[in-house]
Design a protein around this ligand. Structure first.
Ligand code: ADP
Ligand code: MG
Length: 693
C-alpha cells in the first residue's frame, strides 16, 4: 500500500518514489537507492540473486548437519541471557517437537527475550549444526506459524546493503506484488505463443515468489528474453541495418601487387585469407560489415591498409580510427610511407592537430585531395566532411562505444566497415554485439617470433630483476615498466608513476635514460616521448596503461608490470603484446606481492600461455564477463537478469525474433509493435536515432 504525506492511501503507480511505500520512509529509501531502487518499478525489477529451498517442513530428528532447515517447534525452556563481555550478549533456549530437541542461540538480539514465550509454537528456519549430543542452530529466523503459507516454498535471496535485511526486502516485494499494480505486457498473445513466453506479470511474480523450480525457469526465460530482445532491437536500430544492405556500385578487383611489393615481409597465410574475405565482400553486391579478430601482434594493421588500398583504387576515400593519439600516430607513420610511394595521399587528425592544420585538411578532404584520413575520436567531429567516404576502419574497437563507431560511417553514403579487435570475444557475445557482422580471424603470427618468456616474481627478486634489466639495456634493448591505474583516484595513479620514476631515475637506474608517460599529459608531450622511445633515446619508459593498445616498438624486449595482480589477464596479455614484436627474445616480468592463492593462480596462467584466446577464456571463468569486456566501454548495458555466458539459447531466439521484427516493420509502424517501440524508447531513448518518434 502507498500513502501520501497525509497518510491517505494512494493507488500505486510504477514511477512512484519508493519512499512512500508502507514501511519505507526517507531513511530506508536512501539505503534502497544504494541498491539502485528508486521507484516502485525498480523494486519490482530487483530480482533475487539465488533461491533457498524451503519447500519441506522437517522434524528435528531428520536434521542433517549443515543443512538449512524449516521446522515447527515449541519453546521448551525460558530464554537465558548471558552477558559475555560489553558487546556480546547471548540469548539461548531449547525448542522441541515430538521427535527431538534443538538448542537455539542468538547474539545481541535483545528482542528474542520478549519475542519467544515458553510453551508456544513457532516456525524456525536456520542452519543446523549437529554436535556430539544434539542439534543446535545459531541465529535462526523466527516466524509465527500462521506465516507458514508464505514462508514455506522457494525463498528468494536478494543482494543486500547495510541496513537492509533479507526479511525486509521480502516483505517489501510481497507488499508490492500483493497490490493490484500491473506491468504492461509489450508482446501480443501471438508473439508470446510463437516464442513460448509467459505473460509478464506472471513471470515477474514468479521470479520473486516461485511456486516451484520449474516456475522459476519459465519466469526467468520470459524476462531474459525481453531484456535481450530489446537490447538487440536497439543495436540493430543504432546500426541502421540488421540485414545486409545492397549497394549501388560494386567494387572492381584491385591488383594488390604494387602494395605488397613494397612490404619488407610476406603476408602470413592468415592475413592473406582475411584480405581475400574482404576482397570478396567488396566485390559483392552487399555492403561489407566485418569484424577482424587477431591476437596482439598478428598483423591487423596491414590487413586494414590493404582494405583501404582497395577502396582508394576504386575511387573512394577511406578513414581509420584508433583509440589513442599515440596509436593513430603510429598507424600514420607506418602506413603513410607506403601510401606515399603509391601516389596515395594520407593525413592525420587528432586532438593535437592545430586549428590551421585542421582547416587545411578539411578543405583538402572536401576537394578529394586526401585519400586516407587516419585519426582518433577527432575524426567524428561534425566539421570533418569527406568528399566520397567509402570505407571506415575502427582499430581496437572495444575502446569505442557502439555509437561512436557508427558515427564515422554516417559521413559517407554507402560505407564499407571493418572493425578490428585483439580482444577475443566468445561466440555468445559476438552474436549480441555484432549480430550482423561477419567474422574473420587471424590465427597465425608472423614468422620468426619466439614467444615472450613470462615470469611472476615478488619483491624478493627486485635486485635480480634490476640486474637483468641492465643487461638487456647494455645489449641495446629497451624496457617498458607499467603501473596500474588506481581506480577512482587519478592522483594516486599519477603518484605511483611519479614515485616509481623517482626511484628508477635517482637510484638504481641513475646512469640510464628513464622517462615516464601518463594519461594526463598533453598529447604533444606523449607523442614526443613515444617518438624518442622509438628512436631508442630512452632506455626505460615508465607508464600507466596508456601504452596498452597497439604500440609497436620492436627494439623493446622487456615488459615489467608492477602490482600485476591488479590487472585483468586480458589487459596483461595486451601489455605483454607490446614486446616480442621484433627478432629479439622478449620477456614479461609480472611483479606481485599478493600472496592470495587466487591471485597467484591467475598470474601463473600468464606464465603458461601465450594465446590471447586461451587466456581470455580462463579469465572469463575466474572473473566473469563484466570485468573482462569492460561492459561499459563496449556499449553494453548491464542486464537485470540475463547472463550472456549462460543464456545462449535465449540469446539466439531473441535475436531471431528481433531480426524478424526489423525485417517486417523496420520503423515500428504496425499497431502490434507499438508497445515494443514504447519500451524500446523508455530503455534506450537517447541512443535511438533512426526510429521516427
Ligand atoms: P596488431 O595485430 O597487434 O595490430 P600490428 O599490425 O601492429 O599487429 O603488427 C605487428 C608488427 O608485425 C608490425 O611491426 C608489423 O609491421 C609486423 N607485421 C605485420 N605483418 C607481418 C608479416 N606478415 N610478417 C612479418 N611482420 C609482420
Ligand atoms: Mg593493432
Amino acid at each position: 500500500m502507498i500513502y501520501n504525506v497525509y497518510g491517505d492511501i494512494m493507488s500505486i503507480n510504477l514511477e512512484q518514489n519508493i519512499q512512500y511505500i508502507k514501511g519505507v520512509g526517507p531513511a530506508k529509501a536512501l539505503l534502497l537507492n544504494k541498491l539502485g531502487i528508486f521507484t516502485v518499478k525498480d523494486l519490482m525489477e530487483y530480482y533475487p540473486r539465488v533461491y533457498e529451498d524451503r519447500t519441506r517442513l522437517k522434524n528435528i530428528s531428520e536434521f542433517l548437519n549443515g543443512e538449512q532447515a524449516l521446522f515447527i517447534a515449541t519453546v521448551s525452556s525460558p530464554v537465558k541471557t548471558q552477558r559475555i563481555r560489553k558487546n556480546l550478549v547471548i540469548y539461548s533456549t531449547f525448542v522441541s517437537d515430538d521427535t527431538g530437541v534443538c538448542k537455539m542461540t542468538w547474539y545481541n538480539q535483545a528482542y528474542i527475550k520478549t519475542k519467544l514465550i515458553e510453551g508456544e509454537k513457532y516456525l524456525f528456519y536456520g542452519k543446523v549444526d549437529i554436535g556430539r549430543s544434539r542439534a543446535s542452530i545459531d541465529s535462526s529466523l523466527i516466524y509465527s506459524i500462521s506465516d507458514l503459507d508464505k514462508i514455506q516454498g522457494i525463498y528468494p535471496i536478494y543482494s543486500l546493503t547495510a541496513g537492509i535485511t533479507q526479511n525486509y526486502l521480502f516483505k517489501l516485494e510481497d507488499e508490492i506484488y500483493n497490490s493490484d499494480i500491473l506491468i504492461r505486457e509489450i508482446f501480443t498473445d501471438e508473439f508470446r505463443k510463437k516464442y513460448s513466453l509467459a505473460e509478464v506479470n506472471y513471470a515477474m511474480r514468479n521470479v520473486h515468489f516461485p511456486k516451484d523450480f520449474n516456475a522459476i525457469n519459465v519466469a526467468r526465460n520470459r524476462i531474459i528474453f525481453e531484456e535481450l530482445f530489446l537490447f538487440q532491437l536497439a543495436l540493430m536500430n543504432i546500426k541502421n541495418s540488421g540485414i545486409g544492405v545492397k549497394k549501388n556500385t560494386i567494387y572492381k578487383e584491385v591488383d594488390l601487387k604494387p602494395f605488397l611489393d613494397l612490404l619488407p615481409f610476406e603476408l602470413t597465410n592468415a592475413q592473406k585469407n582475411v584480405v581475400n574475405e574482404i576482397r570478396k565482400d567488396l566485390t559483392s553486391d552487399k555492403v561489407m560489415n566485418r569484424l577482424v579478430q587477431g591476437d596482439v601482434g598478428s598483423g591487423k594493421t596491414m590487413v586494414a591498409a590493404l582494405a583501404m588500398y582497395m577502396a582508394v583504387k576504386n575511387g573512394y576515400q577511406a578513414s581509420m580510427m584508433a583509440p589513442t593519439t599515440i596509436l593513430a600516430n603510429q598507424h600514420y607513420d607506418e602506413l603513410s610511407k607506403y601510401f606515399e610511394k603509391l601516389g596515395i595521399s594520407t593525413a592525420i587528425i587528432t586532438s593535437s592537430t592545430t586549428k590551421k592544420n585542421k582547416r587545411e585538411i578539411v578543405e583538402k578532404l572536401k576537394n578529394n585531395e586526401i585519400d586516407i584520413l587516419i585519426g582518433t575520436h577527432s575524426l567524428i567531429e561534425d566539421d570533418i566532411c569527406f568528399n566520397n567516404l567509402g570505407m571506415v576502419i575502427t582499430d581496437e574497437q572495444h575502446r569505442f562505444g557502439v555509437k561512436q563507431r557508427m558515427k564515422l560511417s554516417t559521413k559517407g553514403n554507402t560505407v564499407e566497415t571493418l572493425v578490428m579487435t585483439a580482444t577475443p570475444i566468445p561466440r555468445t557475445l559476438a552474436i549480441i554485439l555484432y549480430g550482423d557482422l561477419d567474422l574473420s580471424i587471424i590465427d597465425e603470427m608472423p614468422p620468426g617470433r619466439s614467444p615472450v618468456i613470462t615470469a611472476v616474481r615478488d619483491e624478493s627478486s627486485e635486485d635480480k630483476i634490476n640486474a637483468f634489466l641492465k643487461s638487456q639495456i647494455n645489449e641495446g634493448r629497451q624496457i617498458y615498466v607499467v603501473c596500474p591505474l588506481v581506480e577512482e583516484n587519478e592522483d594516486l595513479d599519477l603518484n605511483s608513476v611519479n614515485v616509481l620514476f623517482e626511484r628508477y631515475k635517482n637510484d638504481v637506474f641513475k646512469d640510464y635514460s628513464v622517462e615516464f608517460l601518463h594519461g594526463k599529459m598533453k598529447n604533444k608531450e606523449k607523442d614526443e616521448i613515444m617518438q624518442r622511445f622509438k628512436e631508442n633515446k630512452i632506455n626505460i619508459l615508465i607508464s600507466t596503461t596508456v601504452i596498452e593498445v597497439g604500440i609497436s616498438v620492436s627494439n623493446a624486449t622487456v615488459m615489467v608490470i608492477e602490482n600485476a595482480d591488479r590487472f585483468g589477464l586480458a589487459a596483461l596479455h595486451q601489455l605483454r603484446g607490446r614486446v616480442g614484436r621484433g627478432k629479439y627474445q622478449s620477456y614479461c616480468i609480472l611483479k606481485s606481492s599478493n600472496r592470495s592463492v587466487n591471485a597467484r593462480e591467475r598470474l601463473k596462467i600468464m606464465e603458461k600461455s601465450n594465446s590471447g584466446f586461451d587466456i581470455a577464456e580462463k579469465d572469463l571463468e575466474l572473473r566473469g564477463p563484466g570485468d573482462f569486456f569492460g561492459i561499459r566501454q563496449s556499449g553494453m548495458p548491464e542486464f537485470k537478469l540475463a547472463n550472456l555466458l549462460t543464456d545462449t539459447s535465449i540469446l539466439k531466439s531473441s535475436q531471431e525474433a528481433a531480426k524478424e521484427l526489423v525485417q517486417k516493420d523496420k520503423n515500428f509502424e504496425l499497431e502490434e509493435n507499438a508497445k515494443i517501440k514504447e519500451a524500446l524508447f523508455e530503455k534506450f531513448g537517447e541512443q535511438l536515432n533512426n526510429i521516427a518518434t
